[in-house]
Design a binder for this molecule. Structure first.
Ligand code: ZN
Length: 134
């Protein structure tokens, strides 16, 4: 069970919202009627009680927002996949076009003292002036 499903299950089993901080204790129910109000549990501090009550009340909405966000992420991923394939296809076409261009373009040459230097002969490049021979 995912953490999300686990939270959804815990939320479903818990005392229904709304909960409210009341001193160090939070409760659920009809606050206009003390008999209908339900004391859920005690808390160490008012801040803890306020946080627990706020999180209890926000949890269903947060889980729904998470569901929506996950669905949107899945939809975006589905839209992205064909674009990724297209980019890969274009990269392949570009690589092929570059290889063809390398085969058909005249090779550059070192022009030092009227011909290729030893560096050029060994590495195909050198720090001297270079010209494209057609
Ligand atoms: Zn050279």
């Amino acid at each position: 069970m995912s953490k999300h499903d686990e939270l959804r299950e815990l939320e479903r089993k818990a005392t229904p919202a709304p909960w409210e901080e009341d001193g160090a204790v939070y409760r659920a129910g009809d606050f206009s009627d003390d008999d209908a109000a339900c004391w859920v549990c005690e808390s160490g501090t008012i801040a803890d009680a306020a946080f627990i009550a706020a999180m209890r009340n926000a949890t269903p909405g947060l889980l729904t927002e998470l569901d929506v966000a996950n669905r949107r992420a899945d939809q975006a991923e589905a839209l992205l996949e064909p674009l990724r394939r297209e980019v890969e296809d274009l990269k392949s076409q570009l690589a092929l076009a570059r290889r063809r261009a390398e085969l058909t373009e005249p090779a550059p040459q070192c022009t030092r003292e009227g011909g290729p230097c030893a560096l050029w002969g060994a590495k195909g490049s050198c720090p001297h002036s270079v010209v494209i021979l057609g």
